[in-house]
Write a protein that binds this ligand. Structure first.
Ligand code: PPS
Length: 303
């Protein structure tokens, strides 16, 4: 299916959708935005749990009270620093400011690196990111789409995609993982144990929530609640920009609780083996075991 894609912009070697970014907005983020020690950043490569963390952070900072989550769109509560509206939303906001970004460190606000601001980096199985992005590209006017999934994987692997290569993004941010103000989480562990993850985040942020407040965070950040909340499910975005009849922003997992491992329904064994070879080659020096890591030999045995 041919799709008319709205244009994109280039900044510092990465491509961003022109719909909500400009060269000036990304330059402002990188060079002018003044990070404060009380700021909390939600960092992700796209389709890795950004919206989920926007909701979790909002709810933790409201001590589990869902009022704000139900009244204000997620992109205003936890705005992207690189988007055109960042200054308007953030400059006069008191701390703690909750801020989202898909930017890699190379173009991230320079003042962050000398600050005490906290950052949570959420990483998801890249094969699931690729599948999620495939459906998103199908429904969103501002993304390049290839109907053939094999071609889409090639585009993803080559990093010919908005926000650049998954491998570059992840490896660049992982270099900061030993800092005290940096928390590394995986989408997969949020799926497996949301309550335990919320408690880890609370501890990292120094937020002491009582058990009923934690329960409320978990309930209101569940897949079902978020899918039904028009302040996070992107139903406020016009259909010509995001057509959720083509594919919903919250796709339905087998369990109806979000999807971890949906790549199994999309990758052929050959595509999986090729992806794994690339993954191993690119990630061999990273030194972290992720929940999705499988021995290379097993992948090739399955062929
Ligand atoms: S974006 O466009 O980059 O902001 O997308 P992002 O929010 O990073 O990723 C969207 C995927 O996250 C899933 N999601 C959730 N899964 C489980 N539980 C909760 N609460 C939740 N919230 C968002 C969402 O369904 C997208 O994944 P896929 O696999 O496409 O469904």
């Amino acid at each position: 299916m041919a799709k008319q894609v709205t244009h994109s912009i280039e900044y510092g070697g990465i491509t961003l959708p022109a719909l909500v970014h400009s060269e000036a907005s990304v330059r402002y983020a990188q060079q002018s935005f003044q990070v404060r020690d009380g700021d909390v950043f939600n960092l992700t490569y796209p389709k890795s749990g950004t919206t989920w963390m926007q909701e979790i952070l909002t709810l933790i900072h409201s001590n589990g009270d869902p009022t704000l989550s139900r009244l204000v769109p997620s992109w205003e509560r936890v705005p992207w620093i690189e988007q055109n509206t960042a200054a308007e939303y953030l400059e006069n906001r008191p701390c703690p400011r909750l801020i989202t970004s898909h930017l890699p460190p190379t173009v991230f606000p320079e003042s962050f690196f000398s600050s005490q601001a906290k950052a949570i980096y959420t990483i998801r199985n890249p094969k699931d990111v690729c599948v999620s992005l495939y459906y998103y590209a199908k429904m969103a006017s501002f993304l390049d789409y290839k109907e053939d999934f094999g071609e889409f994987i090639e585009m993803f692997c080559a990093g010919k995609i908005l926000f650049g290569s998954w491998f570059d993004h992840v490896k660049a941010w992982l270099a900061y993982r030993d800092r005290a103000n940096f928390l590394l989480l995986t989408y997969d562990e949020l799926i497996k144990d949301l309550r335990g993850s919320v408690l880890r985040i609370c501890q990292f942020l120094g937020k002491d929530l009582d058990a009923s407040a934690v329960d409320s965070v978990v309930e209101n950040a569940s897949f079902e609640t978020m899918k039904g909340n028009k302040m996070v499910n992107y139903s406020l975005v016009p259909e010509d920009i995001m057509n959720q009849n083509v594919s919903p922003f919250f796709r339905k997992g087998r369990t109806n609780r979000g999807i971890s491992g949906d790549w199994r329904n999309h990758f052929t064994p050959e595509q999986n083996a090729t992806f794994h070879d690339l993954y191993h080659q690119k990630m061999k020096d990273v030194g972290i075991k992720f929940p999705w890591d499988e021995p290379q030999s097993e992948i090739h045995q399955k062929l």
